[in-house]
Design a protein around this ligand. Structure first.
Ligand code: HEM
Length: 142
């Protein structure tokens, strides 16, 4: 059962990361699109569907299976620092998710004022967090 839950956790996390890494990329292109243009309207649909159909459900599933592992198998208090550090970084990732929801709403309402450079840099945040999280949970360095 433990391995099945861990497998479902890793599958959910892969979907969440794919969406978190792809969404800012769409916004880099969206900054170039004329407001009201066909490209801008298409990107709005892509951003909304990516968020609602993949990113948010995958985040919820990652938390559900992750917490199931924490409270079912890997005791939170008993585990050494890797789990605490991992959860701190995953909370930061969830906060990034929350900010991205606001970006989607701003583009949908044609009120985005952030630059392409802003979204290029933002794109690196989930990448760095993901690398640190995977090292913490696989290597368990402390
Ligand atoms: C959303 C909240 C999360 C919670 C509560 C959580 C918790 C956990 C726990 C308790 C384990 C089992 C560790 C073990 O048995 O050794 C685990 C495994 C794992 N987690 Fe998470 N995790 C979360 C998010 C993430 C994220 C965002 C990533 C990647 C970016 C991730 C990647 C992994 C991987 C790769 C494993 C398998 C490690 C192994 O088998 O060696 N988790 N997680």
């Amino acid at each position: 059962m433990y391995l099945w839950i861990k497998a479902l956790h890793v599958i959910s996390v892969i979907a969440w990361m794919a969406a978190l890494l792809y969404l800012p990329r769409l916004m880099v292109y969206h900054c170039e699109a004329q407001k009201g243009s066909e490209l801008s309207e298409t990107l709005k649909v892509m951003e909304r569907r990516l968020l609602k159909a993949i990113m948010t459900p995958a985040m919820i599933a990652s938390w559900v299976f992750g917490l199931w592992l924490v409270f079912g198998y890997v005791s939170f208090l008993g585990s050494s620092g890797w789990l605490h550090a991992k959860l701190a970084l995953v909370l930061a990732m969830s906060a990034f998710h929350g900010v991205a929801v606001r970006w989607v709403k701003d583009f949908a309402a044609d009120r985005n004022t952030r630059s392409q450079r802003y979204y290029r840099i933002a794109n690196e945040v989930p990448t760095v967090l993901m690398i640190a999280v995977v090292i913490l949970v696989v290597v368990k360095p402390f």
